[in-house]
Design a protein around this ligand. Structure first.
Ligand SMILES: C[S@@+](CC[C@H](N)C(=O)[O-])C[C@H]1O[C@@H](n2cnc3c(N)ncnc32)[C@H](O)[C@@H]1O
Length: 334
């Protein structure tokens, strides 16, 4: 067998993902976010054979290591997923679907100006509250005193969680497997803060709807301008929509058939995409603006907005231009 079974690409998985199909069985779902060296994750899969265990990581070396370790141990109840915890929870997991979430030593971002980058914040806890089942467990460990105080404050302020202990955290948890980062902290004289909380039964509204994939966007238009001229006149531009930010960054022209490829950056929570938009001439003489298939783009509302704004810009270049047909809304946003 190879690691193909164990390593999954979050950006390519279905929204939401059918975990029963992924694991080929229905079982309680456990997630470790930011598993790093993966020994804790592998131990979790080994000691919890009754559960389906998902490890989420951004770092490719960690993902490869995790997949290899699961493979070597023959643990078919474990998977590693490339992506952020936020994306995997929001887009891939249904509400009330997780039994346990574990976060070991999330990056502490000690400088005050970087606190906005911390994984644990009010929005993230709200997202977790929507995805965890009532009674579902949330275990967090850190060795950074400032982050521990921050986590305690955010958990205490959240209406959706309660500590399973008499205090917000404990300083020693002898039953745990020590992680690589934790050991490094011990070696450097730091001690741990271990949070063991659980989802209470307060209903949580869900402002994190599963993202939608729409049809492949295209706009047909007439323009007297050549593709070369359009490419020459391209300038970087940006557009904002409801919860969407689009930047059209650069245009490249194919030496082969003259079509234009426009690089676009699209940010719409919970995902960001870098996609190629294409402007090409059809045999009929008109132009089509659409989405290039390179790199597994997901045709989201943000991608539709990007195609519409590129088409509007092309039409705006010459008064004799006009939209002929479109499956996206191309009305001017001015
Ligand atoms: C300080 S390390 C801790 C690793 C491991 N849990 C341990 O205790 O040894 C934090 C890990 O979280 C990962 N990470 C950071 N932000 C993340 C995010 N938004 N989603 C998933 N993983 C993330 C990093 O790649 C890194 O491996």
């Amino acid at each position: 067998m190879d690691t193909i079974l164990w390593l999954l690409h979050g950006a390519r998985m279905a929204w939401p993902t059918d975990w029963t199909a992924v694991f080929d069985r229905r079982a309680p779902l456990l997630m470790e976010i930011g598993f790093g060296g993966a020994d804790f994750l592998v131990n979790l899969a080994r000691t919890r054979p009754e559960a389906n265990v998902i490890g989420v990581e951004l770092s490719l070396p960690s993902l490869k290591k995790g997949a290899k370790k699961l493979e070597t141990a023959g643990l078919v109840n474990g998977r590693v997923i490339q992506g952020t915890g936020q994306l995997v929870l929001w887009a891939l997991c249904q509400p009330d679907s997780l039994s346990e979430v574990i976060i070991n030593f999330p990056d502490p971002w000690p400088k005050e100006r970087h606190h906005g980058r911390r994984l644990i914040n009010a929005q993230f806890l709200h997202l977790l509250a929507t995805r965890l089942k009532v009674g579902g467990q949330l275990d967090v460990a850190t060795d950074h005193a400032g982050y521990a105080a921050w986590i305690a404050r955010h958990l205490e302020q959240s209406p959706y969680f309660a500590s399973r202990l008499a205090s917000p955290y404990i300083h020693a948890d002898p039953d745990r497997l020590i992680t690589k980062y934790e050991q490094k902290g011990f070696d450097e004289g730091r001690s741990g803060y271990y949070f063991k909380w659980q989802r209470n039964d307060t209903p949580a509204p869900n402002p994190f709807p599963t993202p939608k994939e729409l049809s492949m966007p295209h706009v047909i238009l007439n323009s007297p301008l050549s593709l070369e001229e359009i490419g020459r006149r391209f300038t970087p531009q940006s557009t904002k929509g409801e919860n969407v930010h689009v930047e059209l960054l650069e245009a490249y022209q194919s030496a082969h058939d003259g079509k234009l490829l426009v690089e676009a950056y699209i940010k719409e929570e919970p995902l960001t995409q870098r996609v190629g938009l294409v402007v090409r001439r059809r045999e009929l003489g008109d132009l089509v603006v659409g989405l290039h298939e390179v790199g597994f783009p997901r045709p989201t509302p943000g991608v539709q907005l990007a195609v519409a704004s590129l088409a509007r810009w092309v039409v705006g270049l010459d008064p004799a231009s006009a939209i002929v047909r479109s499956n996206v809304s191309v009305e001017s946003r001015d």
